[in-house]
Design a protein around this ligand. Structure first.
Ligand code: FES
Ligand SMILES: [Fe+2]
Length: 355
C-alpha cells in the first residue's frame, strides 16, 4: 500500500540563520525543488526556486549564482534580485517590474528558518507558532541532520506511537499522562517515560522524563522536555524535510537550560562550572537523540506502509494521527506521486551544526 504524496503541504525547515550568515547563499533540493536561500545585509532572508525569471538560468551557487551587496545575482545576464524576490537591477537596462523570483513564504523560530510549501504553489493555509521561545539562560542550538529514505508522516507517527518507545528504545513506564488533542493543524501529545542511559565512563543514569509534544504539520514537531529527578529543561525540534521524493533530511535540534541548582548531581557534573553544564548536557542529549533515530531508522527503512493497520486496544492514537495527517494532502489529482522508500541497506548521511 503506497504512502500518500512524499510532499505533504506545510512548513518545512530550510536552514538556520547561523548557517545562512556564514554561507550567505546556499542551495538545496527541498520538497522536490531546487531552491536557493540567502540573507542580505539587514538580515532579511529569502528562500526561492533556483531559476531566473529572465531566461531561466540556474541561480545555485554551484553553477555561478552569487550574492552581491545582499542581492542575488544571476550568472547568465546579471539580473539582481532583492530578498522580496523582485529584480531591482540589470547591468544594461531598467529592471523589468515583472521579473520576480518564485519565492516561498518564510517564518523563523529561534533562528530556524522554515518555508511554506503549498500544493500547486498556494499560499500558507495555517501558521507556525508566532512566538520564538525565550533564549535567555538557554544554550545555543545543536543541529544534527541525518539523510535517509523515508517519509515525514512515518517519522512523525513516532510521537503518538507510544508502544514502540519500550520495544525499540527500551524506555520504561511509558504513560500518557497529559493530553492528546487535535485542533486543526496542531496536534498535542504529552507523555512520561523513564530512560536508563550510559553516560560514558560514569556508568548508568536514570532519567524521568515528561515530554510535551506540539506538532504543526509533518515538517515541524516541537518537544518540551522536563527531566524531573535532576531538574533539567530541554527543548527539541524534530524537523523532517522531504528532499526529492525518496530521501528526507531529518534534523534533530536541541538546547538545554542552564543548570544552576540541580535536584541531584549527575556524576562529573558537579565539578563543572555552571556555564559548561548545559552545553555538555546538550551534546549528550543530541547524541542520545541520534542514537534513538538510528534505532528507528532500521525499522523505517525496511517497513511497509499499512494504510489500514491492524491495531490493538492500547495503540490508541495511531488512527487519530492518520486522520490529522489527511489535511496535509488536499485533493491533488495527478500531482500525487506515490512513493516507496528504498528498502534494505538505506544510505544515510550526517551533518552537525554546533550549538
Ligand atoms: S537568465 Fe538570469 S539574467 Fe538572464
Ligand atoms: Fe522512535
Amino acid at each position: 500500500m503506497p504512502l500518500p504524496s512524499p510532499f505533504p503541504e506545510g512548513w518545512f525547515f530550510v536552514a538556520s540563520r547561523k548557517e545562512l550568515m556564514k554561507a550567505r547563499l546556499i542551495e538545496k533540493t527541498w520538497m522536490g525543488e531546487n531552491i536557493v536561500a540567502w540573507i542580505d545585509d539587514d538580515g532579511e532572508v529569502c528562500v526561492s526556486r533556483a531559476y531566473c525569471p529572465h531566461l531561466g538560468a540556474d541561480l545555485r551557487p554551484s553553477v555561478g549564482g552569487t550574492v552581491c551587496e545582499g542581492r542575488l545575482v544571476c550568472p547568465f545576464h546579471g539580473y539582481e534580485f532583492d530578498t522580496s524576490g523582485q529584480c531591482v537591477k540589470t547591468p544594461y537596462a531598467p529592471a523589468p517590474k515583472t521579473a520576480k523570483l518564485g519565492v516561498f513564504p518564510t517564518h523563523e523560530i529561534a533562528g530556524l528558518i522554515f518555508a511554506w510549501w503549498g500544493i500547486d504553489g498556494r499560499e500558507p493555509q495555517w501558521p507556525l507558532p508566532e512566538e520564538s521561545p525565550d533564549q535567555t539562560d538557554w544554550t545555543g542550538l545543536k543541529i544534527r541532520t541525518i539523510r535517509f529514505p523515508g517519509h515525514p508522516q512515518e517519522t512523525t507517527e513516532n510521537s503518538v506511537d507510544l508502544a514502540h518507545l519500550r520495544y525499540v528504545h527500551g524506555y520504561d513506564n511509558v504513560k500518557r499522562v497529559g493530553r492528546f488533542t487535535v485542533d486543526g493543524h496542531v496536534l498535542v501529545s504529552d507523555f512520561d517515560f523513564r530512560s536508563v542511559r550510559k553516560l560514558g565512563r560514569f556508568g548508568f543514569l536514570t532519567f524521568d522524563i515528561s515530554a510535551l509534544t506540539r506538532i504543526y504539520g509533518l515538517g515541524y514537531s516541537y518537544v518540551k522536555i522536563r527531566e524531573r529527578s535532576v531538574g533539567i529543561d530541554m527543548r527539541l525540534w524534530i524537523l523532517a524535510t522531504p528532499v526529492d521524493g525518496t530521501l528526507i533530511d531529518f534534523s534533530i535540534v536541541s538546547q538545554v537550560k542552564e543548570m544552576r541548582k540541580p535536584k541531584r548531581w549527575l556524576p562529573g557534573l558537579a565539578f563543572l562550572p555552571t556555564r559548561f553544564r548545559a552545553p555538555l548536557m546538550n551534546s549528550f542529549t543530541s547524541l542520545q537523540q541520534l542514537h534513538d533515530v538510528r534505532q528507528d531508522l532500521v525499522i523505517w527503512a525496511n517497513k511497509e506502509y499499512r494504510s489500514r493497520p491492524r491495531l490493538c486496544r492500547s495503540d490508541g492514537e495511531v488512527m487519530p494521527f492518520r486522520y490529522y495527517c489527511a489535511q496535509f494532502y488536499p485533493d491533488t489529482g495527478d500531482s500525487v506521486t506515490p512513493v516507496r522508500a528504498a528498502r534494505n541497506g538505506a544510505q544515510t548521511m550526517e551533518t552537525v551544526e554546533a550549538g
